[in-house]
Ligand binder design. Structure first.
Ligand code: FES
Length: 518
């Protein structure tokens, strides 16, 4: 086993209290001017990540006038934090999708993800986007301890057969093309792909604007009111009136309850390290462990980037995020001895629908002409692109074969066990109201950190900045009243119920909350 570096060697680059990913560090300016006043559009898209911009681009190509609004820069949300595996080897597994959604549902899932990868490639080629898109192979294999057991083999065989029935391009692998994994039984998925997600998004944004579309960053949307027209209000005061609105904000801000009771938020972690070019074959690798590990390569300048992700946990429910990054580094060094230094380390948010596929379609509360794209399920790049295709069809009045699989109003009775478990987990989080705080008083909060302090019946989120000044906010999440927890890695307050996140001073980083901590 290779030497394991001391924890301090994980270099966490934080900017404004948030880690920055490899993608952020290797892309140019992604900002645009804020919305200058009121505006009208055929469609207003909220969120300038891959889901929002794919939708905006496709609608613009169909002749619609589209305005995109985002509170951060383009790709400043989860698209900048993904590891960007373009894959139809679905984390939800075809055997499970078949059980929950029938053979037809599993086939639609395979077809839609395949179509998304094909569409991304077509856009890259037609629009000449320089984003390192490449077709690669993908390998799914069990962890070391289980690699040779008959139950692991049986599971792989069952997944292979389900993938075949769904039409996904899987075969039993002869060998995984990287030595530490080569002795393992594995499923080989052909025609998978990888790209630089922010360079792709940057190119997509430019082509969209060249077609007449408008993007305004630094423009926080405060409310979306369905109707004809839909009314989209912003914190800057400007209002957009549109025939339709697409809310593509990772976690929808247009739906207060329904979607959030059907999906669960997770934090996932990633590191990137330079390795000699070609020292690891360019492929996607997935170790089906608990926690799950995912690996890919990205061309760098005279070297490759090795990107390893995993160590997921429910948002706001663990306080060991730095230790998780450390474990990810240890796992990586043990298998990739050519890694000398970890250059980038970051975390991101994944939303897991209880029954698998994303939620894409009409806002489930019935708001007129409002649509959502959410529930990336660990496949945000393809689910976001599927969202673009599906919502474009819905707005243009065309039928789409995947509409019922992704319908946000769907109720999957066969997933009711998973759903009940997730909702019980959320209910348990409210017990924090009767627990003591993390510490007894402000004095115990270290500089640069936050802790929850109880004062009588009130729970206070106390942040001590690096200069020693104390900032106090209510620790009560403005979505539905859970008590937030401090995230030591991202320097944020994270809600354990539905995944809202706030910066150290209480400003919203992730929905569904729309208002800052009081
Ligand atoms: Fe729902 Fe906090 S995100 S209560």
């Amino acid at each position: 086993m290779a030497d394991i570096s001391p924890a301090e060697e994980v270099e966490v680059k934080a900017e404004s209290g948030r880690t920055t990913s490899l993608w952020h560090a290797t892309v140019g300016d992604m900002t645009r001017t804020p919305l200058p006043g009121d505006a009208r559009a055929d469609v207003c898209v909220v969120g300038a990540g891959i889901a929002g911009l794919s939708t905006a681009y496709l609608l613009c190509r169909a002749g619609r006038h589209v305005i995109v609004l985002d509170d951060g820069p383009i790709g400043g949300g989860e698209t900048g934090r993904t590891t960007a595996h373009l894959s139809d080897a679905l984390d939800d597994r075809y055997a499970r999708l078949e059980r929950l959604h029938g053979g037809g549902g599993a086939r639609q899932a395979a077809h839609s993800h395949r179509s998304a990868i094909d569409l991304i490639e077509r856009i890259v080629v037609e629009e000449g986007i320089d984003c390192d898109f490449a077709w690669v192979d993908g390998y799914l294999f069990p962890p070391d301890a289980e690699g040779d057991t008959s139950s692991a083999h049986k599971e792989l065989r069952a997944e292979l057969e389900a993938a075949h029935r769904a039409g996904a391009p899987a075969e039993m692998a002869e060998a995984v093309p990287y030595a530490p994994f080569s002795g393992k039984q594995a499923l080989h998925f052909s025609r998978q792909a990888r790209f630089h997600p922010l360079r792709y998004l940057s190119g997509l944004a430019e082509r969209f604007e060249a077609l007449g579309g408008r993007i305004h960053t630094g423009t926080q949307v405060t409310s979306v009111t369905g109707g004809a027209p839909v009314r989209v209000e912003t914190a800057l005061g400007g209002t957009v009136l549109a025939s339709a609105c697409v809310v593509a904000t990772n976690s929808p801000i247009s739906d207060r309850v329904i979607t959030h009771t059907k999906q669960a938020p997770y934090r996932t972690f990633a590191i990137a390290a330079q390795v000699p070019s070609g020292s690891v074959p360019d492929a996607l690798y997935w170790e089906d462990a608990d926690p799950y590990i995912y690996i890919r390569l990205q061309p760098g300048d005279g070297h490759d980037w090795l990107i390893v992700g995993g160590e997921d946990h429910k948002t706001g429910q663990k306080d060991d995020d730095v230790a998780r990054l450390r474990r990810l580094e240890e796992w990586t060094r043990a298998r990739f001895p050519m890694v000398e230094r970890v250059d980038h380390a970051w975390s991101g948010q994944v939303l897991e629908p209880a029954d698998g596929p994303a939620y894409i379609g009409a806002n489930p509360d019935g708001s007129e002409n409002v649509y959502i794209i959410t529930g990336d399920s660990g496949h945000g790049m393809t689910h976001g692109t599927i969202g673009g295709m599906l919502i474009t069809d819905l707005i243009l009045g065309r039928t789409n074969p995947w509409a019922s699989l992704y319908d946000p109003r769907r109720i999957t009775l066969r997933a009711s066990g998973e759903l009940a478990k997730e909702n019980l987990n959320v209910a348990v989080q409210y017990a924090a109201w009767v627990l003591p705080g993390d510490v007894a008083s402000d004095e115990e909060v270290p500089a640069g950190e936050g802790r929850v302090v109880r004062r009588g019946a009130r729970m206070i989120a106390v942040y001590r900045d690096p200069d020693g000044q104390v900032h106090e906010r209510s620790a009560v999440c403005t979505h539905m009243g859970c008590v937030v927890n401090w995230n030591e890695l991202e320097k944020s307050w994270d809600c354990p119920c539905h995944g809202s996140r706030f910066d150290p001073l209480g400003a919203v980083l992730n929905g569904p909350a729309r208002k800052p901590l009081e």
